[in-house]
Design a protein around this ligand. Structure first.
Ligand code: SF4
Length: 386
């Protein structure tokens, strides 16, 4: 993994033109994205072997496309107890996972008094406080590296999570305020206000937290808004240098949601947007497309210049997209190799932060990270398990 760390210097107007023109002729954009990837990460494509821990599926927001969040009266509504968290993490450790991905709804205690009471009975004043305790529990008892994904976070909340999180994440999704209007994807979602999400990205930068973010395409944003979202991430990264990964995720229509009939974006649209992200971020930042949200023939996504498949769980399903199974890690390797690349396992923190920027690593996790990584910053080959 060697790369001149240079952010792309394309302007928003040029980027928009490039994306629009590429629908007629995709080749120049795809070739440029592939060239940047080759300079940056060569033939290596990474993934993280993770266990997915859905700490609570209560959420105060009401995104039009979401099937993860449940109302408290729903029989499937659930907040995991410490015992359940530990059991999931143990199963992950036994299956060779290195990452404990905590995904959860946003600030449910502000909407549901019953959940607030549930927390108080256990000595917590917020879901994030409970999450911080569970990250610590998992690290201390299993050695897995936590990566928390609780949505928007204030600087204080992030500081609570930081000691036991090797990195954190939150999808920006979109900078479009228009999507908050009635009928749009983010109506009735106080945590999807773009300024709040950009504030979280800024807070992560100031606290030196390696951070994963990304955009969700096809939820009603215009192409200009999509490009603006990528540039908003680039500008924050330019100030702090902490964005480790940008995910380009495609909207999938799910039954029983407000957006059940909403048109899904074409795979070609996804590929071009990811290629544009590769050009915008230039020699910096890893670009990922999740492999389980398109066709089973996901190898074609590598044309976009991406260098990562994200977290793959050998023990739990994708709770956010439960109808879309993750590929088996062996299949992921086969598809990657058939496209002429090598698949390597990474940690929940990317190699560049392990190798060169150790000030980003929390003190209490540093030794564990160094023990798990090889000289390149990826998982030691002796620890990889197919
Ligand atoms: S997508 Fe996330 S923020 Fe939106 S309703 Fe679902 S859990 Fe909540």
């Amino acid at each position: 993994m060697t790369a001149p760390a240079i952010l792309g210097n394309i302007t928003p107007a040029e980027a928009y033109r490039l994306l629009r023109d590429s629908s007629a002729d995709a080749r120049p954009l795809l070739e440029e994205a592939a060239r940047i990837r080759a300079r940056r990460t060569g033939r290596t494509i990474t993934y993280s072997r993770k266990v997915f821990i859905p700490l609570t599926n209560l959420c105060r927001d009401q995104c039009g496309y979401c099937t993860f969040a449940r109302l408290p009266e729903d029989p499937h509504a659930h907040t995991m107890t410490p015992g359940e968290v530990l059991a999931a993490a143990e199963a992950g450790r036994e299956a060779g996972c290195k990452e404990a991905l905590f995904s959860l709804g946003e600030r449910p205690e502000l909407r549901y008094p019953g959940h607030k009471r549930w927390l108080e009975e256990r000595g917590y004043t917020s879901t994030i406080g409970y999450l911080a305790a569970m990250c610590r529990l998992v690290f201390e008892r299993t050695g897995l590296l936590p990566h928390a994904n609780p949505g928007t976070m204030s600087p204080d909340e992030m500081a609570q999570l930081r000691p036991f999180n090797v990195s954190m994440g939150m999808m920006l999704e979109s900078v479009s305020n228009r999507l908050l209007r009635p009928g749009e994807a983010h109506h009735a979602c106080p945590d999807k206000v773009p300024a709040a999400r950009l504030g979280t990205l800024e807070a992560a930068g100031r606290l030196r937290v390696p951070f994963t973010t990304g955009i969700l395409i096809g939820i009603g944003e215009t192409l200009e808004e999509r490009v603006d979202s990528l540039f908003a991430i680039r500008d924050i990264h330019r100030r702090h240098g902490h964005i480790q990964e940008v995910i380009i995720q495609n909207f999938r229509a799910k039954p029983d949601t407000r957006f059940a009939q909403w048109p899904e974006p074409e795979t070609s649209d996804l590929v071009l947007t990811a290629a544009l992200a590769r050009v915008i971020f230039g020699g910096e930042v890893n670009v990922q497309i999740p492999p389980n949200l398109t066709s089973p023939d996901f190898g074609g996504l590598l044309r976009a210049g991406i260098n990562d498949w994200g977290g793959i769980s050998p023990v739990t399903r994708d709770y956010i997209n439960p109808e879309r199974r993750w590929p088996a890690i062996r299949a992921l390797r086969d598809v990657t190799e058939q496209a002429g690349f090598e698949l390597r396992e990474r940690l929940a923190v990317y190699p560049e932060f392990v190798r060169e920027q150790r000030e980003f690593l929390p003190e209490l996790l540093k030794d564990r990270v160094i023990q798990m990584a090889d000289a390149s910053g990826l998982v030691r080959p002796t620890e990889e398990r197919w």
